[in-house]
Design a protein around this ligand. Structure first.
Ligand SMILES: [Zn+2]
Length: 216
């Protein structure tokens, strides 16, 4: 899950979403239309544009020195292929079978059983941010070991999307380096290394993602 607002913890949110899904299935089996859970054509277009954005990221020449690249690049370790937009799109699609529009409450998106629920904020984000959300959610498909852990009460980093969200004490951190925040950081590093983004922007975003990975 990618958080957008505070209040509920993610556990309560999952129960809340389960309830919504139950109601939705109940409505469906009772033959009453519940189209609001299907992506609208403009939402589907935004989603398609996100994949097109990712597809175009084919690396050519490194824009940083090779020793720095070798020191920090984790992409191949985590994804098991060299950075390639087309392969990354496939990596996401292999993990998310269905996209729906749903009430995601405090989150931008939620992964549940091969399905991702996209909240309305998702469709207002830039292509890069939407790509980060999809990568983040796709990692959750790789198993429960990638579920978030509670950020310590002393967690001092800001949530860059919304400063009113305090990650401290909430299930918004990772205990594994290669979790949802680790894979997005690895992606951002390649984006900067191959010149798809400025080093400044890639570096700041990379640091921000890694702030959610708890060090032992
Ligand atoms: Zn998550």
């Amino acid at each position: 899950m990618v958080d957008s607002k505070p209040n509920f913890d993610s556990f309560s949110r999952i129960w809340f979403l389960s309830l919504i899904i139950f109601i939705f299935q109940f409505i469906q089996t009772n033959a009453i239309s519940a189209d609001e859970f299907k992506l609208s054509s403009s939402q589907q277009k935004k989603l398609d544009e996100t994949f097109k954005f990712i597809d175009k990221l084919e690396p050519k020449k490194l824009k940083i020195d090779k020793s720095t690249y070798q020191k920090f690049s984790k992409f191949e370790d985590y994804y098991k292929f060299h950075f390639s937009g087309k392969k990354l799109s496939k990596w996401i699609r292999n993990r998310i079978q269905k996209f729906s529009f749903g009430e995601t409450g405090d989150f931008i998106a939620m992964y549940q059983e091969e399905e991702v629920f996209l909240g309305k904020i998702f469709f207002t984000l830039s292509p890069l941010e939407r790509a980060l959300v999809l990568i983040h959610e796709a990692r959750h498909a790789d198993g429960k070991q990638f579920a978030h852990v509670i950020c310590p009460d002393s967690f001092e980093f800001l949530n860059p999307r919304d400063w009113k969200i305090f990650p401290a004490g909430k299930k918004g951190c990772d205990s594994l380096a290669e979790g949802s925040y680790g894979v997005t950081a690895a992606f951002l590093f390649e984006m900067g290394a191959y010149g798809f983004m400025s080093q400044t922007e890639a570096g700041l975003r990379y640091n921000s993602e890694l702030s959610r990975v708890l060090r032992k």
